[in-house]
Design a binder for this molecule. Structure first.
Ligand code: AMP
Ligand code: ZN
Ligand code: FE
Ligand code: FE
Length: 280
C-alpha cells in the first residue's frame, strides 16, 4: 500500500519507543514518508537530535509531542505540533511532567517491593541509562520491562495484566495537568493542539467534553484502524473546521504490530496544518 505523505505520531527512545530519533528518520525515509513528527510522551528532546539527520536526508521534520492530561480523573492524550521547541514555558512544562512521572515510578516501585518484587530506584534508573538531568520520559512500560529483566514476570503484557494495568494492585493513578492547561501551554509556545486517537476513547461523556474544548484538530487517521473507523473523526473535523492529523503511533519493538507509516495524512492536510501553525 502507498505510504501516507506524513506520519505525525511515533515514539523514540526519549519516551517508550525502541528506536532512536536518528533511526526513526531512517525508517521514515525507507517507508517512503516525506514528512514526520516524533511525538514522545511529555518530552520534546528527540527533535533536537533528529533535526540534523532529517535535514541532511531531505525529510521534513515537524516538532511534535504527546502530552498526558487528566480530565475528571480520566487520562487523555493530547498531541502538539509546530511549537517553538526552545520556548521556556514549554521546557518547564516538560520538566514538571518528568518530575511527576519520576515520583509516580517511585511510588510504583514501593508497591512492587511490598509484594516481594523489589527493584531499587538506583537499579531502575541505571537500567535506562539516565543521567542526573533525567531527559527521558519514564513510565509504566519501563517498569514493566524492568520486571521482566528481574524475572518477576515473563512479558511486559503479564506485568500490565497482573500489576501495572489500570486499577491493578500496583497501579498508581496519574496526577497530571488538565486538557485546558495543556492546550493553553501549546498555544503559548505557538503550537497547535490535537485530540490524540479518539478511536481509543471509550467514555462518550469524556469525548463530548473534549469536543467542546479549544483544540485545533483531531487525529482522524490512526494506527491500524481502517478507513471505515476513521470516517467518524473526519466528519467531526469537517463539521468543526478542525485540522485532520494522523499517524501510526509507532513504538518499535515495544508494539511490533504498529509499523511506521501505517497511518498518516496526505500533503494537502499537512499544508493546512503548517499554514495554521504559521499564523499562530
Ligand atoms: P504511563 O504513561 O506511564 O501511564 O504508561 C502508559 C503506557 O503504558 C501506554 O502508552 C501503553 O503503551 C502502556 N499500557 C497501558 N496500559 C497497558 C496495558 N493494559 N497493556 C499493555 N500496555 C499498556
Ligand atoms: Zn507510548
Ligand atoms: Fe497515546
Ligand atoms: Fe502515542
Amino acid at each position: 500500500m502507498k505510504p501516507p505523505y506524513a506520519d505525525l505520531h511515533c515514539h523514540s527512545t526519549y519516551s517508550d519507543g525502541s528506536s532512536t530519533p536518528a533511526q526513526l528518520v531512517e525508517n521514515a525515509l525507507e517507508s517512503g514518508l516525506k514528512a514526520l513528527a516524533i511525538t514522545d510522551h511529555d518530552n520534546i528532546e528527540a527533535y533536537h537530535v533528529a533535526l540534523p539527520c532529517a535535514k541532511s536526508a531531505g525529510l521534513h521534520l515537524i516538532t511534535g509531542v504527546e502530552f498526558s492530561a487528566q480530565h475528571k480523573n480520566k487520562s487523555v492524550h493530547i498531541l502538539g505540533y509546530g511549537f517553538e521547541c526552545h520556548h521556556p514555558d514549554l521546557i518547564l512544562f516538560c520538566q514538571q511532567h518528568r518530575e511527576r512521572r519520576l515520583m509516580r515510578c517511585k511510588k510504583t516501585l514501593a508497591l512492587l517491593a511490598d509484594r516481594k518484587m523489589p527493584i531499587s530506584e538506583e537499579e531502575f534508573l541505571a537500567l535506562w541509562g539516565h543521567d542526573v538531568e533525567q531527559v527521558h520520559t519514564l513510565g509504566r512500560p519501563h517498569i514493566a520491562m524492568a520486571m521482566v529483566q528481574k524475572g518477576y514476570v515473563s512479558t511486559v503484557q503479564e506485568a500490565f495484566n497482573k500489576y501495572l494495568g489500570d486499577n491493578r494492585c500496583c497501579h498508581v493513578p496519574v496526577e497530571s495537568f488538565s486538557p485546558e492547561q495543556t492546550i493553553a501551554l501549546l498555544h503559548k509556545a505557538k503550537g497547535v493542539s490535537v485530540i490524540a486517537h479518539p478511536h481509543l476513547i471509550k467514555e462518550s461523556d469524556l469525548l463530548l467534553d473534549l469536543l467542546k474544548m479549544p483544540f485545533d484538530g483531531i487525529e482522524c487517521f490512526y494506527g491500524n484502524f481502517p478507513a471505515s473507523a476513521n470516517a467518524r473523526w473526519v466528519k467531526i473535523a469537517q463539521a468543526k473546521k478542525w485540522l485532520m492529523t494522523g499517524g501510526s503511533d509507532f513504538h518499535g519493538d515495544v508494539k511490533p504490530f504498529l509499523k511506521l507509516g501505517s497511518s498518516g495524512i496526505d500533503e494537502e492536510n499537512l499544508l493546512k496544518l503548517e499554514s495554521r501553525i504559521n499564523r499562530l
